[in-house]
Design a protein around this ligand. Structure first.
Ligand SMILES: C[S@@+](CC[C@H](N)C(=O)[O-])C[C@H]1O[C@@H](n2cnc3c(N)ncnc32)[C@H](O)[C@@H]1O
Length: 203
């Protein structure tokens, strides 16, 4: 890490501490929302890979009491307050229907977020493939839970050979797919985000 990157890390780290967020990663969501405007008052949001909770907290602030944030993580998470419903689950052992049942009758999800990341091994190819497995599963949740003609899906992936194929899968499910690298994501990081909007009716 060079001196400039260290400075960037310090800036976002201290900003997050000052603003009461548990992780600097909150700005990767905040920047996307500032660009694409998808977190709205009253929205129902699913946050996959939510621990330690900065995305969930930001989403809960945006949707207000009229909306719902359901956060899922394989790890334990506490103390996010009454506005976030937390499920400690492995997404590979979870069904979309279980999440749909949590929403009030007649409600649907408006937004699916995934900041999921595998435990890194140091082998870039292995880490990429594991990240793709998480991202494809997140896409399946988005496809299953979002309303045709509507919805937003914001998903982290590690760059690598399968990314193009994943992007094509997203294009089959959504009318619009954009690649986004937030400023708060370190330039040397292999992570990149896809922002997808409007689930295709036929998907
Ligand atoms: C980078 S962190 C998320 C940070 C979060 N967005 C925030 O701002 O606080 C990635 C998370 O993905 C979770 N994760 C990885 N694999 C998972 C799985 N199979 N099921 C559920 N969560 C998973 C990890 O436990 C980890 O907490």
């Amino acid at each position: 890490m060079n001196r400039y990157m260290k400075k960037v890390k310090d800036h976002y780290y201290h900003k997050a501490r000052k603003e009461g967020y548990r992780a600097r990663s909150v700005y990767k969501l905040q920047e996307a929302d500032a660009r694409f405007h998808f977190l709205k008052r009253g929205s129902n949001v699913l946050d996959l890979g939510a621990c330690p909770g900065s995305w969930s907290r930001f989403a809960a602030q945006k949707v207000g009491h009229e909306g719902v944030v359901i956060a899922v993580d394989i790890n334990k998470m506490e103390g996010l307050g009454p506005d976030v419903i937390f499920l400690r689950r492995d997404i590979f052992k979870l069904e979309p229907a279980e999440l749909q049942e949590i929403l009030p009758d007649g409600s649907r999800f408006d937004v699916v977020l995934s900041d999921m990341a595998p435990k890194t091994t140091g082998n870039r190819g292995v880490d990429h493939l594991r990240s793709m497995g998480l991202a494809e599963t997140a896409l399946w949740f988005a496809q299953s839970l979002l309303t045709p003609g509507k919805g937003a899906f914001y998903c982290k992936v590690f760059e690598g050979g399968e990314l193009q194929s994943f992007r094509q899968q997203c294009q089959q499910v959504f009318q619009s797919v954009k690649t986004f690298k937030p400023k708060s994501s370190r330039s040397e990081s292999v992570e990149i985000f896809l922002f997808c909007r409007n689930r295709r009716a036929e998907s």
